[in-house]
Design a protein around this ligand. Structure first.
Ligand SMILES: [Ca+2]
Length: 196
């Protein structure tokens, strides 16, 4: 093989490696709140400093008033970053809080954004086990429901204690959130990019 052919191959390998790395240097947390089942209307508070908070645009129109979508305005990399958003339910009772990863861009649908979450704190309402430290006999965080497989924690440490959860667009991690009619609920959490 000629020297310039080798250089070309090495350049191509380097380029594809850099390209692959550049797709996953940061993530955007995406959190859903769903009150469709109990027909609890959720009014988004649009004043969050670091999240876009709105009634979920892509839901069927009849469901939209019952669903809030909060998406990180700011991305996060390998270090934990705090996010916060608020909404107000119009009824007492439970709605569903769902931690997710951002959806892949249309031009590159194979990218899976894995987002670690820890220290979910709710004021004006309540959830159980927001620090994920209480585990069931299968090693899952108690009270939380996983839509897919539990993603192994990887090598990076938890923010608080020893456990956190990892979510993606399809591997959602959800919990029941108890609210009060007319009382603003604020959800604060930490997120970062997952490392396998
Ligand atoms: Ca924890």
């Amino acid at each position: 093989m000629k020297k310039n052919q080798i250089i070309l191959i090495i350049s191509l390998l380097m380029f594809s490696w850099v390209h692959a790395q550049s797709q996953t240097t940061h993530v955007r947390p995406s959190v859903g709140v769903n009150g469709v089942k109990p027909q609890t209307k959720l009014t988004p508070d649009e004043t969050s400093a670091n999240m876009t908070v709105e009634n979920q645009k892509w839901s069927p129109e009849k469901d939209r008033p019952y669903i809030v979508r909060a998406t990180g305005k700011e991305v996060t990399g390998l270090t934990w970053k705090e996010y916060s958003f608020s909404f107000t339910p119009d009824k007492d009772g439970y709605v569903w809080l769902s931690l997710e990863g951002q959806y892949p861009p249309k031009e590159d649908p194979k990218i899976v954004f894995k987002v670690d979450y820890d220290n979910v704190v709710v004021t004006g309402g309540s959830i159980e086990n927001g620090d994920f430290e209480t585990l069931d006999e299968n090693g899952k965080a108690k009270f939380w429901t996983y839509a897919g497989e539990v993603i192994p924690q990887g090598s990076a440490p938890a923010l608080l204690g020893t456990h956190f959860v990892t979510a993606t667009a399809n591997n959602r991690v959800g919990v029941a959130l108890k609210g009060v009619a007319g009382q603003k609920v604020t959800v604060t959490f930490n997120a970062r990019m997952h490392v396998d």
